[in-house]
Design a protein around this ligand. Structure first.
Ligand SMILES: C[S@@+](CC[C@H](N)C(=O)[O-])C[C@H]1O[C@@H](n2cnc3c(N)ncnc32)[C@H](O)[C@@H]1O
Length: 202
């Protein structure tokens, strides 16, 4: 099994035809998450894939509780092999919003963010890694519709998107939901710029 090392973590990769292989987007989100994590936090990662980002956080913080979700069963199995506590589900399904104190301090999502037409969709689990619907924001819109119910007062979200997903549209959406929004990281990769958008609740 192929393994990669990143910031104190050794992460097992799945079959690249079945499980998203960590790339620049994963590294940028992991770096931003490391900056925003503090001891004692409860963290949720939605769409953990191989478990890379959660595994990097686990390797660098002893006293954090990290739970992840993932829709692709192959990816969920891979994340488990990387020691990540993962629920195979759609977005937040199965995670009950509880009292404000028991909700999450930090929620992470590197979603499928590529604008994808009906003809471009492929009937394999890996399609979930890329297919953001016609706008590139379809899964992200469903995430935004629910995320506040899982976040404690003062909590924050980190969302990875690309310049082709529409950074302004995402920022405006988050502001409309009551988040204070800023950019937690950005990097240029060939034809696109990858951006981590941070939203904070007051
Ligand atoms: C771009 S990949 C990122 C994977 C990993 N977090 C990383 O950064 O390397 C997006 C991941 O989200 C998962 N995903 C897509 N839609 C989902 C949904 N509705 N619920 C849960 N996971 C989803 C995909 O299967 C894929 O593993």
């Amino acid at each position: 099994m192929v393994e990669i090392e990143y910031k104190n973590a050794r992460v097992k990769l799945g079959d690249p035809d079945l499980v998203y292989e960590p790339a620049e987007d994963s590294f940028l989100l992991a770096d931003a998450a490391l900056e925003d994590t503090e001891s004692g936090m409860r963290i949720l990662e939605v769409g953990t894939g191989s478990g890379f980002v959660s595994a990097v956080l686990r390797a660098n913080f002893e006293n954090v509780r990290i739970i992840a979700t993932e829709i692709n069963p192959h990816a969920a199995r891979c994340a488990k092999k990387n020691g990540v506590e993962v629920l195979r589900t759609d977005l937040f399904r199965g995670i009950k919003p509880r009292s404000p104190e028991a909700r999450f301090d930090l929620i992470l999502f590197n979603p499928p963010y590529l604008p994808t037409s009906e003809e471009e969709k492929v009937p394999v689990w890996l399609n979930y890694a890329f297919d953001g619907g016609a706008s590139g924001r379809e899964t992200l819109e469903r995430f935004f519709a629910e995320v506040r119910a899982y976040l404690r007062p003062g909590g924050r979200i980190l969302v990875l998107i690309s310049s082709i997903t529409g950074v302004e549209a995402v920022q405006e959406k988050m502001e409309g939901l009551g988040f204070d929004v800023d950019i937690a990281g950005r990097t240029k990769v060939s034809f696109e710029e990858l951006v981590v958008v941070r939203g904070k609740l007051s």
